[in-house]
Design a protein around this ligand. Sequence first.
Ligand code: PLP
Length: 444
Amino acid sequence: MNNIKDAADLSRRLFLSRGLKSTSALMLGAAALSSRLATAQESVTAQASVTAQASATEQLSQAVTGEDYWQMVREQFSFPDSTVPMNAANLCPSFRSVAEQVAFLTADIDQDCSFNNRSKFSGLLENSRALVAAQLNVSADDIALVRNTSEANNIISNGLELSAADDVIIWDENHPTNHVAWQVRAARFGFKVVTVATPADLRDPQQLLDAFVTQFTDRTRVLAITHVSNVSGIRLPVAELVQAAKARGIYVHVDGAQTWGAMALDLAALGMDSFTASAHKWYMGPREVGLLYIKSDQHARIWPGVVASGWGSGAETRQTGARKFESLGQRDDAALAALSVAARIHDSIGAARIEQRIVQLSQHLKSSVVGLGLPLVTPMDAALSFGVVVVQTPAGQGGPLSNRLYEEFGIAGAGTGGLRLCPGIYNTLAHVDRAVAGIKQLMA
Ligand SMILES: Cc1ncc(COP(=O)(O)O)c(C=O)c1O
């Protein structure tokens, strides 16, 4: 099997041999539909199958609506109802067809790990890149597929040249990989890190904007922020922050670990210089695949942290665009290829529909918790929050409460910032109501 079409044919045979597990034709859902259409898409008749996929998906979404539709989506995941994941901020289950594609391609490599057989993977990687780039409305040349958000954030903090005359502004709610990592580089290169705190009594995105903009000075070179905080669920007004920073020539880096795959994103319109995320979170893709977007005019400025085979033979890489950041040695080719399956499922469901569902689930969760008379860390206002919901707990009780919610109610959250619950599109309203019933029993 030594080309992409062979991989697609084998994938199709595997899919057909498994048969449909669902009870009705419609229950095959976006995942299987995409999987079948995708095999065609990877063949030479790409344009025709894209059209076929669009119309089939249209029919699917017209035929099944509301909770029936989301139940169908839930069926695309293998977890049992006894252990319900609700911690998308940390790790999501992969769509079943993504996991199967990873397993299938991994087995293929194990059966024949020759260069000849593996040569198809560069095309499959490019396919993943192209699909992801199109969703984000950016060029494929501006996307590197790395290992995770942690690595991608560190590529930026390690790769930008900064001196003792420079300031980097960060948010105090940034993940350590976009926070401590800057402090480590500051200790090495001498620049200053300015940390911005979330304003107390937060009511309006303008307060967040002002908190950062008032720190801008002639020394400010970089603004490194987080789209949605994993510790509070607070959402920054990223478009406005980018606009204000770019007006002063400041480089803007955005950690999008809590938005990629959950929010409809147009990175070209948002205008940041770099954006990072993980496929194993809200994107529900393969594990250990990360997204690093870097705007084309910044590629040359950012040094790679790792130079490995594939880079080229001199200081100038032979790779085009952001691909230079993928020079990381031997990779998990199966996972990188299977990202395309997740991408096609996202296209089938639609980014706007996913975003609306995430808002619906998180707002339902928050209003139910407030209805119990319990305080939230996360703002109720959807303009200040998104999919990450943190319930305030007595000091040190977030972890124990999260453990009890899992053991006694089968809901897997986290003890981060309080009791953190982040429902994904694989969660039904009934899952959220079960979490609320557990919270009521444990906390109210
Ligand atoms: C905002 C944010 N950035 C980065 C990360 C790190 O993600 P990963 O472990 O996939 O690199 C996380 C993980 O929770 C996060 O919430």
